[in-house]
Design a protein around this ligand. Structure first.
Ligand code: PDD
Length: 287
């Protein structure tokens, strides 16, 4: 059966799935989204993702498209129809369809779209070589904590990375401090083995992978600091890595063309990637 998508109450072939031209997501980027990783058929940290979705909707005063149990039911049905075992579930909620007018429409109903995508495990080569990252100015608004579909600065940053032969761009604020990647959170390990990532304020998206990894790092007893770090500090770091629902934990070995640490994926980074994978596997066992 061809891959299907869920669009406003219907399961439709993915390739024909479409929304109305006056969907406010299409016209104004007036919507939010979530990406939930799927590992061995399990939606990883599903409730944390749905909590963040609720929060994004609340902050933008968009209504909930349906109850949480209904959302969960549709997620599972779409995964079943698409035979999804490893990959991710994408969900997007917009303020709905209404004649184009900036102010909130009076009677539009929130629009909901869900898709799935099967992904391959990260290649051995990627894990052995690590990633290249460049830095770009952070050109975003002051509510990066909301997972809005308005992602222009992020896509411009990612494109700059790709054109520079890199995997990701770390965005840098006016004070020279790294906020986060264009679709990932940013981390370093200092020369004295402290794991550092920016504190979750309005300047970054509070990543769910970041949240879970912080818990795992605390449980493992590693030194941890949630604070901003500069590009210079990152360049002098022993290790660097990034996290996201699709990247999990990936080592960074080059920053703006300079090797990070000894230029090889960090030892602690490798341990943390394994700790995170073990965590996902533990979810499978307890399901
Ligand atoms: N990106 N920062 C930004 C700007 C992001 O877009 C993301 C997620 C993250 C990591 O969050 P999480 O650990 O919850 O995935 C951080 C998703 C994967 C995307 O846009 O595809």
């Amino acid at each position: 059966m061809p891959r299907q998508a869920y669009v406003n109450g219907r399961y439709v072939p993915h390739r024909e799935a479409a929304v109305h031209i006056e969907d406010r997501g299409y016209q104004f980027a007036d919507g939010v989204y979530e990406v939930v990783p799927v590992y061995s058929g399990i939606l990883v940290d599903e409730d944390l993702h749905l909590d963040r979705l609720d929060r994004s909707l609340r902050e933008l005063r968009i209504g909930e498209p349906m109850s949480r149990p209904a959302l969960k039911l549709i997620s599972r049905e779409l995964m079943r129809r698409n035979g999804l075992s490893n990959g991710f579930l994408y969900m997007q909620v917009t303020r709905g369809v209404a004649p184009r007018d900036h102010k909130f429409p009076k009677d539009a109903r929130p629009a909901l779209v869900m898709t799935t995508r099967q992904t391959k495990p990260h290649s051995k080569q990627l894990l052995e070589e690590g990633l290249k990252v460049i830095t770009v100015p952070d050109q975003r608004w002051e509510r990066c904590d909301i997972k809005s579909v308005s992602l222009l600065p992020n896509i411009l940053g990612k494109q700059a990375a790709v054109e520079a032969g890199a995997y990701e761009a770390w965005q840098v604020d006016r004070n020279g401090m790294v906020t986060e990647g264009t679709s990932t959170n940013a981390w370093i390990v200092t020369q004295d083995n402290k794991v550092v990532t920016r504190d979750a304020t309005h300047s970054i998206l509070g990543g769910i992978t970041r949240h879970t990894l912080l818990k795992l790092i605390r449980a493992e007893g590693y030194d941890l600091e949630e604070r901003p770090f500069s590009v210079e500090e990152a360049k002098a770091a022993k290790e660097a890595f990034l996290t996201s629902s699709t990247s999990l934990v990936l080592p960074i070995t080059s920053l703006d063309g300079q090797p990070v640490g000894n230029g090889h994926p960090g030892i602690l980074t490798g341990k943390l990637r394994q700790v995170y994978i073990d965590y996902m596997q533990s979810l499978k066992k307890s399901a």
